[in-house]
Design a protein around this ligand. Structure first.
Ligand code: PMP
Length: 367
């Protein structure tokens, strides 16, 4: 039935952080749409929605410095997450003059041919040749850091691995990675496309580590439901795109004024939500009741959670039953044994209780 209500536990995916059709986002879209839509491509006109959003993004990073004690103060807007990854790879190669890039096993960074090359074999196999020069490290395995060398342009890492099934990067490992990148003058790139914009309970997941990467990536929840992404870096790094060739990276629609206006409203809403609603408490409201012989663990931070069931066939039945019972959930690209729990950050306590009741009763009803 079309009018059946659903509770959304995935936010399509990690996009609707401020809820669906958030009134402030809708208003910002309407206001900007009434003023102007697309203008020019190469920055001929300074567009205030872009400038305001870039300023607000940079302000969210106040107090965090890169390994070279620089501040992230420039933003390049894209249309999507994968494009932010592509831009960052080009920037790292151009800045360092090095050919190799490292990513983590089981990481998902996007589906275009560069970003896909950073991902896992089963997604790449039928699309070769992809971008060469990629190698892998295992998250939280200190001995793998030796693979980072003076040939490595950049290491791409998600502070919390999303599609690997919500796997946290331990503080000790992140510190050692930071030091290794400093030693080898390799750029450290944080992909916060999924973990950013309040998803883990702080504006960025990087806040837990206390430092900034050399390049930070955002998308998904950034647009409040509109398409937009970004890669951000200190001017000292981003500046290399200005010459040889001039216009080192180009996009026609990246930073569309309507998307930027929506994104600024979403950013301000996320800041309000973090201030006024206890995301960690909401996380616990999921973690505490979800105790069941079939649930091996509920892991994650804030509202970026995974309920591990250990088996895809069983999990698929539970997910199908949840959807029948009005609860939208799914699994992860590289972890098909865990249920994704990533609702809009504005989810109410009563909705969390109801969601847990549905999951538990579905677990009981399936053999
Ligand atoms: N990086 C991460 C961590 C992601 O989760 C995703 C999308 N799942 C992407 C990049 C790609 O983003 P998009 O789908 O907007 O290209």
């Amino acid at each position: 039935k079309n009018d059946k209500p659903f509770i959304d536990l995935i936010s399509g995916i990690a996009v609707s952080n401020v809820g669906h059709c958030n009134p402030k986002v809708v208003k910002a879209i309407q206001k900007q749409a009434g003023k102007y839509l697309h203008q020019m491509v190469y920055g001929e006109f300074v567009q205030s929605p872009q400038v305001k959003l870039a300023k607000a993004l940079v302000e969210t990073l106040e107090g965090f410095e890169t390994k070279d004690k620089l501040k992230i103060n420039q933003v390049y807007f894209t249309n999507s997450g994968t494009e932010a990854v592509e831009g960052a790879m080009k920037l790292a190669k151009r800045f360092t003059g090095r050919p190799e890039i490292i990513s983590c096993r089981n990481a998902y960074h996007g589906s275009t041919q560069g970003a896909l090359a950073l991902g896992e074999e089963n997604f790449k196999r039928n699309f070769r040749p992809l971008m060469p020069g990629i190698s892998k490290i295992t998250r939280n395995q200190l001995s793998d850091l030796d693979k980072i060398s003076t040939k490595t342009a950049a290491v791409f890492i998600e502070p919390i691995g999303g599609e690997s099934g919500v796997i946290a990067t331990e503080v000790d490992f992140m510190n050692a990675l930071f030091e290794r990148c400093k030693e080898t003058k390799t750029l450290l790139v944080f992909d916060e496309i999924q973990s950013g914009f309040g998803r883990t309970g702080t504006f960025w997941a990087l806040e837990k580590y206390g430092f900034a990467p050399d390049i930070l990536l955002s998308a998904k929840g950034m647009g409040g439901g509109m398409p937009i992404g970004a890669f951000m870096a200190p001017a000292e790094i981003m500046g290399v795109f200005k010459d040889n060739p001039i216009l080192g990276h180009i996009t026609t629609f990246g930073g569309h004024p309507v998307s930027c206006a929506a994104s600024l409203a979403a950013l301000e809403e996320v800041q309000e939500i973090i201030k006024n609603e206890n995301i960690v408490a909401k996380s616990d409201l999921f973690k505490q009741p979800l105790v069941h012989p079939k649930i091996k663990e509920v892991r994650g931070q804030g509202l970026m959670l995974a309920a591990e069931m250990g088996d895809f066939n069983f999990l698929k039945k539970v997910i199908d039953r949840c959807i029948e019972n009005g609860l939208i959930t799914d699994w992860f690209l590289y972890c098909d044994s865990a249920m994704r729990i990533a609702p809009p950050l504005i989810i109410k306590e009563a909705e969390i209780r109801k969601s847990c009741e549905i999951i538990l009763s579905d677990l009981d009803s399936i053999n």
